[in-house]
Write a protein that binds this ligand. Structure first.
Ligand SMILES: [Zn+2]
Length: 247
């Protein structure tokens, strides 16, 4: 009993929120979330998930920490250079909350391994930096009725979308049917580091809201943030009648 009280003490400030309470906290503690990509988005995202008490976090990444990552990838520091991001993140999460079960997949997500990696998770977070993986994740989530919370960042801008494929919903391909000729990503375009923190935190907020079944306003919507104007815009994503996923 004493242990039980202690276990909940660290979450007191969120348990006193009426929309969370003990019931919501228990849902968070037993949630299983998969995060693909441990970059500028994945770092703040898994930090807030671990801080909030998410029980199991799957992480998929096969990259090593590079010096140019350190302006925005908040789980890593100079001592981590050259080490696998998944190993460093697992260690960092253990320091935040050792009760979080971190399952690390140190591999590139492909058509061959996606079924094995995704099978134990209902909520999937995409924080990858390339269209090929984005489409792979999207198409798998549509077919297997997962909830997909996806974000992308470039320069001073961030995008956030949520798709619940248990309902009638557009998908990522409805928004972007084909990969643009010039692929924007942090490597090529540059990134204002707080944008990564803001969008990764927003992604965490949507994950936690989904777990506790709070307002679902973002479903089928797009939020665009611009740091230079300090402006958020939200719009509905229309179902594309020509989408190859037959949304
Ligand atoms: Zn679609």
């Amino acid at each position: 009993m004493k242990d039980n009280i202690k276990q909940f003490e660290r979450f007191e400030k969120q348990i006193i929120l009426k929309k969370i309470g003990f019931i919501g906290q228990k849902k968070i503690n037993s949630a299983k979330i998969l995060v693909i990509g441990l970059g500028g988005l994945g770092c703040p995202l898994i930090t807030y998930l671990a801080n909030s008490g998410v029980g199991k976090i799957g992480i998929v990444d096969f990259d090593k920490v590079e010096i140019t990552n350190l302006n925005r990838q908040t789980l890593f520091n100079t001592c981590d250079l050259g080490k696998f991001k998944s190993d460093c993140a697992k260690k960092a999460i253990g320091k935040i909350n050792k009760k979080v079960n971190v399952v690390s997949y140190k591999e590139k997500l492909t058509k061959k391994n996606i079924k094995r990696i995704f099978k134990n998770f209902k909520i999937i977070c995409d924080g990858t930096d390339n269209f090929e993986t984005r489409y792979l994740i999207n198409d798998y989530c549509v077919k297997n009725k997962k909830i997909l919370i996806t974000s992308a960042i470039s320069k001073f801008d961030g995008h956030l979308m949520k798709f619940n494929f248990n309902k009638k919903s557009p998908c990522y391909r409805c928004f972007m049917p084909e990969k643009p000729l010039l692929e924007n990503n942090c490597q090529a375009e540059g990134i204002f580091s707080p944008v990564a923190g803001i969008m990764g935190s927003l992604q965490a907020s949507e994950v936690l809201k989904t777990i506790i079944s709070a307002r679902d306003d973002l479903n089928g919507n797009l939020v665009v943030f611009n740091a230079l104007k300090t402006e958020f815009r939200k719009s509905i994503i229309s179902i594309n009648p020509h989408c190859i996923n037959k949304c």
